[in-house]
Design a protein around this ligand. Structure first.
Ligand code: SF4
Length: 415
C-alpha cells in the first residue's frame, strides 16, 4: 500500500498549484509574505486600515512611499539635524517604503539602517576629491544610459527610479531626478542597438535606479531583446528591491525571470538588520528559480564598519544562498565624507573575516577608482618578503609561513 502511494506520487509530482494549496510546507509559491513581528506591530500602529493583501502588494508599497518630512515625522521622531536636512536644501530626494520604514528605530537617529535612508546635514558639506560623477560614468557612455568601460561588458542604466533612496548613492546625480529624456523606450532601443552592434559585449548589467521597480512587462521586454543578441552570454540585474521592497519578488516575476537564464542578480545589502523573514522569503524565491545571487555592500562609517557587523551580515547571506561578492569603499560623491571610512578600516575588516569564517562569506574589498579606472581590489599585506626562493606569507593569525616559490629558469628548458 505504502509503495502504491509512493509510486503514485512519483508518477505525478506536485504542481506549483498544489504546492500553493499545501501552504505551511513551503513558502515558495505563497502569494503573501511572512511578516516579522516588528513590521506587524508597525502596520497595526501606523497603517491600521491597510489589509495584509494591500501591505503585500508591491505597487501599494510604491504608491505609499514616504517622501515628505511630515510623513516621516508621523513615524519617527526626527532629530534637529535630520529635520534641517530634509526641509532645507536637499542633496538627494527622500524615499522610504512603508515596509523599510517599519525596520527603523523611531527614537535613535544613530541606528545604522536609519542613517542610510534619513538625510542629515552632512550631505550639504563638500570635501576635497568629492565629485558628482566620481566614477566618470558619463565620459564612458557611448549612448545615453549605457556605460562601456570594460571590454566585454556594459552597464545598462534602465531607470532613474528606486523605491528607497540611499543617502550615499553613487548615482545621486540621476536617481530620483526624473528626466524622461534619458529613461524611455527610445533610449532603451539605442542602448540595445549599440549592444547588438558590439560583438565584444558578452555581459550586460541592468542597473539604474533599480530595474526591479519596472513592471513585469517592461522588464520582460528588455530581457527578451537582450536574449535575442547572440553574443550576450549573460545578463545581470543590480537591485536593492529584495531588501527594501521584498513584496516585489512575486511568483509571477520569478517565473518570468527564470525564462532568461543565465540571469544573475547582485543585491545591495548594508546591514544584518535587513535580513528579515520577508527578505529571506524573497531570496528563497529567487534562489529556487536558479538565479545565482551575489551581494554588494558599501562600507559605511558607523553603520557597518565593524568585524562583528560584517560577519553577521555575510554569514546571514550565505545561509540564505547569497554569495558576498563585493565590499565597496564608499565612492567620493558630493556630501559623502560622513559616510566614508579610512581604507585601513576596510582592510582591518577584511582581515577580520579572511580565515576566521568560511571563504564563501568573504567578499572582495574594492575601490571603484575615481575617474573611471574600474574596480581595484584591496588586499591586506600578506606577502612579508622572501628568504631565498621562499615567499614569506602571513596568515590570518599573524603567523608566518613559507611557500617554495618557483623561480623562472634563466635559459630555455629544452635545447
Ligand atoms: S538602491 Fe542603488 S541606485 Fe538606488 S538609491 Fe540606493 S544606491 Fe542608489
Amino acid at each position: 500500500m505504502k509503495e502504491d502511494i509512493l509510486l503514485a506520487e512519483e508518477a505525478e509530482p506536485p504542481s506549483p498549484q498544489l504546492l500553493h494549496q499545501v501552504s505551511g510546507q513551503t513558502l515558495y509559491n505563497l502569494p503573501f509574505f511572512a511578516e516579522n513581528p516588528q513590521t506587524a506591530a508597525f502596520r497595526k500602529q501606523f497603517y491600521p486600515k491597510i489589509s495584509t493583501a494591500q501591505w503585500n502588494d508591491w505597487r501599494w508599497q510604491l504608491r505609499n512611499r514616504i517622501t515628505q518630512a511630515s510623513q516621516l515625522e508621523r513615524i519617527i521622531r526626527l532629530s534637529d539635524d535630520e529635520r534641517a536636512a530634509i526641509l532645507g536644501e536637499r542633496g538627494l530626494p527622500l524615499s522610504i517604503t512603508p515596509y523599510y520604514a517599519s525596520l527603523l528605530d523611531a527614537r535613535d537617529p544613530a541606528q545604522p539602517i536609519r542613517r542610510t535612508v534619513v538625510p542629515t546635514c552632512g550631505e550639504h558639506l563638500r570635501s576635497p576629491g568629492e565629485q558628482q560623477d566620481p566614477l566618470g560614468e558619463e565620459s564612458h557612455s557611448p549612448v545615453p544610459g549605457l556605460v562601456h568601460r570594460y571590454p566585454d561588458r556594459v552597464l545598462f542604466l534602465v531607470t532613474d527610479f528606486c523605491s528607497n533612496y540611499c543617502r550615499y548613492c553613487t548615482r545621486s546625480r540621476l536617481v530620483g531626478k526624473t528626466c524622461q529624456q534619458r529613461f524611455n523606450m527610445t533610449q532603451w532601443k539605442k542602448a540595445i542597438a549599440y549592444i547588438a552592434a558590439t560583438p565584444a559585449i558578452r555581459d550586460v548589467l541592468l542597473s539604474g535606479g533599480d530595474p526591479l521597480t519596472l513592471p513585469d512587462d517592461k522588464l520582460e521586454w528588455l530581457l527578451s531583446q537582450l536574449r535575442q543578441i547572440p553574443h550576450v552570454e549573460m545578463v545581470r540585474i543590480g537591485t536593492k528591491v529584495p531588501v527594501v521592497l521584498p513584496q516585489r519578488i512575486t511568483p509571477d516575476l520569478v517565473a518570468m525571470l527564470r525564462r532568461f537564464h543565465p540571469l544573475w542578480m547582485s543585491i545591495h545589502f548594508t546591514h544584518p538588520a535587513e535580513l528579515t523573514p520577508e527578505t529571506t522569503q524573497a531570496l528563497e524565491r529567487l534562489a529556487d528559480a536558479g538565479i545565482p545571487l551575489g551581494s554588494q555592500t558599501v562600507l559605511l562609517a558607523g553603520i557597518n564598519d565593524s568585524v562583528p557587523t560584517m560577519t553577521a551580515l555575510y554569514q546571514g547571506l550565505v545561509r540564505r544562498r547569497v554569495k558576498p561578492y563585493y565590499l565597496y569603499q564608499c565612492d567620493p560623491i558630493l556630501g559623502s565624507a560622513h559616510f566614508r571610512t579610512p581604507v585601513a578600516r576596510g582592510l582591518e575588516i577584511y582581515q577580520g573575516l579572511r580565515g576566521h569564517t568560511t571563504g564563501y562569506a568573504v567578499p572582495t574589498y574594492v575601490i571603484d577608482a575615481p575617474g573611471g579606472g574600474g574596480k581595484i581590489p584591496l588586499l591586506p599585506e600578506t606577502v612579508m618578503g622572501r628568504d631565498g626562493s621562499d615567499l614569506l606569507l602571513k596568515n590570518y593569525e599573524g603567523r608566518i609561513f613559507r611557500y617554495p616559490d618557483v623561480i623562472p629558469a634563466a635559459g630555455p628548458a629544452c635545447n
